[in-house]
Design a protein around this ligand. Structure first.
Ligand code: BDR
Ligand code: CA
Length: 323
């Protein structure tokens, strides 16, 4: 049976890569997509998300708009990385579909509840600032508690990008990530973190983009090639990471990613460290009595190593329709 999933996205070049994989891989059943402001402002995120789903012939998947602003921070976007339209400025035809009228939090709740009622707990995959997910945890804790699992892109044990200390998604809304991790601990929801320690490793080369682009003109392969070429040129390299798509790939090929279950907290108050994920890698055979902070309540399966070429191959095979 394909795994039922919901993606929460800020599309975003690499969110688009993740949507392609989630829509097209036969091992996944994409039940809904919720949008949040992040890489681009919310209206662009919704439009980009609808575009990708239409290109994959998945326009029937409901897409809902959620939070335009983080809980506390002021919104910032990353169009300097993802392009003026937030998705590589490819000039793609505007989608013919429109967003679902429900708020993202309501779409999350109803999709999770339906999965639970049908005996198929849903896996939630947040690939963006976790504002929508934190609101779900606070507004509908019973629905949150009935999630099968959360696998999120964000944070890092050793690697950062938005600041010297923090990864973009967590930095954008640190309170939201903290709320979600605490809620996972409170409700016993398993949570995995696909962070920057592995994020950059599954890569697609420009030569592979040429092969993809030859497969169709306005279909998933052409879109995938355009996205990856854009990022390669943006960073002046001959390859680009599939980014958020790696977190989705981890669902279908968990053996390609080594995780360790570790306590994780989010730094909410540091001068230079706000938004950092504090991944506790200490050896717990020692005496804990003298640590005034104690153990973080959230035990997270942190991705620490990845077989990048294997995950990139999975993504390439999926977008070219080989599955
Ligand atoms: C994350 O931030 C965004 O720019 C990407 O879409 C990804 O989710 C990486 O830090
Ligand atoms: Ca993202």
């Amino acid at each position: 049976m394909p795994l039922p999933v919901i993606l929460d996205v800020d599309t975003g070049v690499d969110d688009a890569c993740a949507l392609l994989l989630a829509a097209l891989h036969p091992g996944l059943d994409l039940r809904a997509v919720t949008c949040v402001g992040g890489n681009a402002p919310l209206p662009e995120v919704v439009r980009n998300t609808l575009t990708v789903l239409e290109v994959c012939d998945h326009a029937n998947v409901p897409v809902a708009a959620g939070a335009a602003h983080p809980l506390l921070e002021r919104p910032v976007d990353a169009r300097h990385v993802h392009g003026d339209d937030g998705m590589a400025d490819l000039g793609w035809t505007a989608p013919t579909t429109t967003a679902d009228p429900r708020h993202a939090v309501d779409l999350l709740r109803q999709t999770i509840d339906a999965g639970d009622a049908g005996g198929e707990p849903v896996t939630l995959v947040p690939l963006a600032p976790m504002t929508n997910v934190a609101l779900l945890a606070r507004m509908y804790p019973e629905s949150f508690a009935s999630l099968g699992r959360i696998v999120f892109m964000g944070g890092g044990a050793r690697v950062s990008n938005a600041t010297a200390a923090a990864e973009f998604n967590v930095f954008h809304d640190p309170e939201a990530t903290a709320v979600v991790l605490d809620a996972c601990a409170d409700h016993g929801v398993e949570v995995a973190m696909y962070g920057l320690d592995v994020f950059y490793e599954p890569r697609v080369t420009l030569a592979q983009c040429d092969e993809l682009a030859a497969l169709d003109e306005r279909g998933p392969a052409a879109l995938a090639a355009g996205l990856m070429r854009f990022m390669s040129h943006r960073f002046d390299t001959d390859s680009a990471t599939i980014g958020d798509a790696g977190a989705v790939a981890m669902l279908v090929d968990p053996e390609a990613v080594r995780t360790e279950r570790l306590p994780v907290r989010v730094e909410l108050s540091g001068t230079w460290t706000r938004g950092r994920t504090i991944v506790d890698t200490r050896d717990w055979s020692g005496d804990m009595e003298h640590d005034p902070h104690g153990l973080a309540p959230a035990q997270v399966d942190v991705a620490l190593e990845i077989d990048g070429p294997r995950i990139a191959r999975l993504w390439l095979d999926t977008v070219r329709g080989a599955h």
